[in-house]
Design a protein around this ligand. Sequence first.
Ligand code: 0XW
Ligand code: MG
Length: 367
Amino acid sequence: MKITNLTVWQHELELRESYSYAGTTLTHIPTVIVRLRTDAGLEGWGETCPLGTTYQPAHAGGAIAAINEMAGAIVGGSVLPRQLSVRMDSALEGHRYAKAALDIAAWDILGKSAGMPLNQLLGGALSDPVQSYYAIAPLAPDEAVRIALDRVADGYQALQLKIGSSDLEQDCETVRRVWESVPRSVSIAADANRALLVEETLHLSRNLADVPIAIEQPCSTAEEMRSLKGRLHHPLYWDESTTSPSVVLEALGQGYCDGFGMKLTRVGGITPMLGVRDMAVAKGVKLSVDDSWGGDIIAAACAHVGSTVPPKLFRGTWICRPYLSGSYDQNDGIVVENGQITLPDRPGLGICPDANLFGEPVIRMEA
Ligand code: 0XW
Ligand code: MG
């Protein structure tokens, strides 16, 4: 099956409310949407949505430029993901977050070709609906407790507390107060999104030694994260430092981490994410399967892959739909209900984006 058409849009996601983490607040986030069409008459959708321009070394304009650079290697070749990946690598080094959008679209087509929802193509869902988790912005204790109790009442069984904005003592107090307020069955991760120093992380862990949380990506560099091994009272999850499957392999092999906040596009899409999943499962460590941001396409891809993680090791799939107004598929967008995501049961990703929502394409190439 050959790719006969590549179309790319840049689309402005409309936020219902701003999104804050580690001292950054975003009010608008552009996403990059791709559509592949094949000589078998099938089409597949992909997406990559960096969280603004400063969250990681990635941005929407960079993704578009990267895809434009690879367009000639994409159109006319096989849509099979491994073969597509080799052709993309032959045209451009790196840029995993951009290549991920094409990889997702290829898997969407594969599912449609097989007449199977993506999770079935990946071996079958081990959980459906798929657990989500709610990320609470860096807030004072009372406000964070109020939101946490509301989200638990909505059915969430996992919370992520953003820390690292400016006041570490307040962060500690907020984490402690939320833990004291929610049922013991609710899991809590404190995620600094790289904002803390090593010494601040050690202080946080000492201060909260009696509070059973996980600490997620407290420090900025992989070197700082490696230096935390054996020095914390809490499980340490790597997120932003896991820039490729080989980093995941090292972090697991050397015992630097106890789990992951995994972003599907950061490692290059569904294909490499399957390897990350299997490495984590082999090591018996927990992971989330989500992404930095994005609409229904990214949400569907993360939920399908997340559903194939053994529930005991699955931290959940976060999606930003609660922050967005509107969806790509007016009938069957991906939503969180009672803290869970119901998997689409149609072939492939199981959603039908309305291209009219995205305006004029920024790239269009025909075979
Ligand atoms: C909560 N997320 C999955 C979404 C935001 O991009 C941040 C991210 C995380 O856990 O770091
Ligand atoms: Mg994280």
